[in-house]
Write a protein that binds this ligand. Structure first.
Ligand code: HEM
Ligand SMILES: *[C@@H]1O[C@H](CO)[C@@H](O)[C@H](O)[C@H]1NC(C)=O
Length: 491
């Protein structure tokens, strides 16, 4: 009897001891240093997971910004995030103290695919080398020169033809735009474009699109917070990993083909240039695995962002016919119908330029920027940010700041016009700012201007009869419009 009692007590004691031990260990592990940015009450083990409202993630953070202001922290699983709001603080993080926040955190889904290589997820010396090489190579391949402009113009002709085939009937323009935009970065990276009827390439684009959307699912967010457990479960995170592997093997195939017909005296595209760099034996940072990651980064970053912006642009034009008509009037005066739009027209078209900027501001396709990692212990606005802290700079808070924009919630090209001239605004930050800002900004801006003006030169965009178009978004890797059909009426 006594022995039984003793054994049962000791078992309970053991259990209690274990729980207390785990709680203390969890507390020690997540103990925040003095002067860490404030955060709400946190549960043991899971942190602030209880705050997540998956149907509307904006709601929970709304409350936090109201309570804590420009800088606060949230813990998800074993990672804590510091949120940065407002132009002053965002500039402090990305520009003034940019060197201290230059790295990327390791995101479990990305690590599986990119192994911290390439352009978007690499760090330190490796990142610097890849970025510098890529910028130089893009410039040599005609970025900012006549050559690339002509490629985009050629693609504009194809896209205009494809829209014309629809004869003014309602259609979903998504995959035509996706293909056209992707062809620009494909011709730079792989040396060729793909016909819109190429089924293999259309499948690849569908994979990419599906992957973007799935990143917004609960399972993929949980995977990033608790990878070792969630990895064992079925769910959308498994589809994401499978899709990335397929996208990666597409890129690998292209590289292998380049190796077979490689001619050292010729430099057709990004892959050729990289193979040249690999051939210089002294260069340890340039090897094939990195080439795969860089090419995949270019393909993805160069396709998804610009095409999503163009999809938003057509939607805004159909919803605001009076703004569309003013853009077309400017096109008719400056370009006419006889020739294609060219980049040098941009400086004579302040209204069109303002509309494109306003689309980018309002569409806000990367609302929390791409995450950054603190490189060394830093003091930020009086708060202590230890090395290894993840920072999310809230671009929304800058693009919609009530003190910066006259009518932040209204689509108003006037935000970028002063006395009829284009007005550049400091709070226009969709490409981010500082030394690690978007690498493709010049390319993206050329694409947006040429595709947008080429489409509006030839078509008026309208909602299908008896339909109301919606500005509802879908959150994935980027914020995209909900799928929609539109009519492209020939002008
Ligand atoms: C409307 C179009 C685009 C938008 C809004 C956009 C936005 C962004 C943003 C916000 C970042 C993160 C910057 C940071 O961490 O501070 C980024 C990074 C990047 N973008 Fe873009 N982007 C666009 C188009 C493109 C295009 C066409 C390319 C193709 C060359 C591209 C390639 C990249 C790359 C490689 C990075 C990673 C840079 C690094 O980590 O060093 N982007 N972009
Ligand atoms: C980001 O900024 C927007 C606009 O100011 C705000 O509504 C939202 O709550 C902010 N989110 C976070 C996480 O700071």
């Amino acid at each position: 009897m006594l022995r039984f009692l003793w054994e049962s007590i000791s078992f309970q004691m053991l259990l209690i001891f274990l729980i207390v031990f785990l709680l203390v260990a969890d507390y020690m592990k997540h103990r925040k240093p003095k002067h860490f940015p404030p955060s709400p009450f946190s549960l043991p083990f899971v942190g602030h997971i209880y705050l997540l409202n998956f149907s509307n993630p904006q709601i929970m953070v709304q409350k936090l910004t109201e309570k804590y202001g420009d800088i606060f922290s949230v813990q998800m699983g074993s990672t804590s995030f510091v949120f940065i709001n407002g132009l002053r603080m965002v500039k402090e993080v990305l520009v003034n103290q940019g060197e201290n926040f230059m790295d990327r955190p390791e995101i479990p889904i990305d690590r599986e695919v990119f192994s911290n290589m390439g352009l978007v997820s690499s760090n330190g010396h490796l990142w610097k080398q890849q970025r510098r090489f890529t910028l130089t190579t893009l410039r040599n391949l005609g970025l900012g020169k006549r050559g690339l402009e002509e490629r985009i113009q050629e693609e504009c002709r194809c896209l205009v033809d494809a829209f014309g085939d629809e004869q003014g009937n309602p259609f979903n323009p998504h995959f035509k735009i996706y293909n056209a935009v992707s062809n620009i970065i494909c011709s730079v990276t792989f040396g060729n474009r793909f016909d819109y009827h190429n089924e293999d390439f259309q499948k690849l684009l569908q994979l990419m699109d599906e992957t973007v959307g799935l990143h917004g699912t609960i399972m993929s967010q949980l995977y990033n917070s608790f990878p070792s457990i969630i990895k064992l479960l079925p769910g959308s995170h498994q589809t994401i990993l499978k899709n990335w592997r397929l996208l990666k093997s597409f890129v690998k195939e292209k590289i292998n083909k380049h190796k077979v017909d490689w001619n050292p005296s010729e430099n057709r595209d990004f892959i050729d240039s990289y193979l040249h760099e690999i051939a210089k034996v002294s260069n340890a940072d340039f090897q094939e695995e990195n080439l795969v990651a860089c090419a995949l980064d270019l393909l993805f970053a160069g396709t998804e962002t610009s095409s999503t912006t163009i999809r938003w642009a057509l939607l805004y034009m159909a919803i605001h016919p009076e703004i569309q008509a003013r853009v077309q009037a400017e096109i008719d005066v400056v370009i006419g119908q006889a020739r294609q739009p060219a980049l040098e027209d941009r400086s004579n078209m302040p209204y069109t330029n303002a509309v494109i900027h306003e689309v980018q501001r309002k569409a806000n396709i990367i609302p929390f920027n791409v995450p950054r990692l603190t490189v060394k212990d830093t003091v930020l606005d009086g708060f202590h940010i230890p090395k290894g802290t993840v920072l999310l700079t809230n671009l929304t808070s800058v693009l919609f700041d009530k003190n910066e924009w006259e009518t932040p919630d209204i689509f108003n090209p006037g935000h970028f016009l002063k006395d009829g001239q284009f007005w550049k605004r400091e709070s226009f930050v969709p490409f981010s700012i500082g030394k690690r800002a978007c690498l493709g900004e010049v390319l993206a801006r050329s694409e947006l201007f040429l595709f947008f003006t080429a489409l509006l030169q030839k078509f008026s965009f309208r909602a299908p009869p008896d339909t109301t178009l919606s500005l509802q978004f879908k959150l994935g890797i980027t914020m995209t419009p909900q799928p929609y059909k539109i009519c492209a009426m020939p002008r």
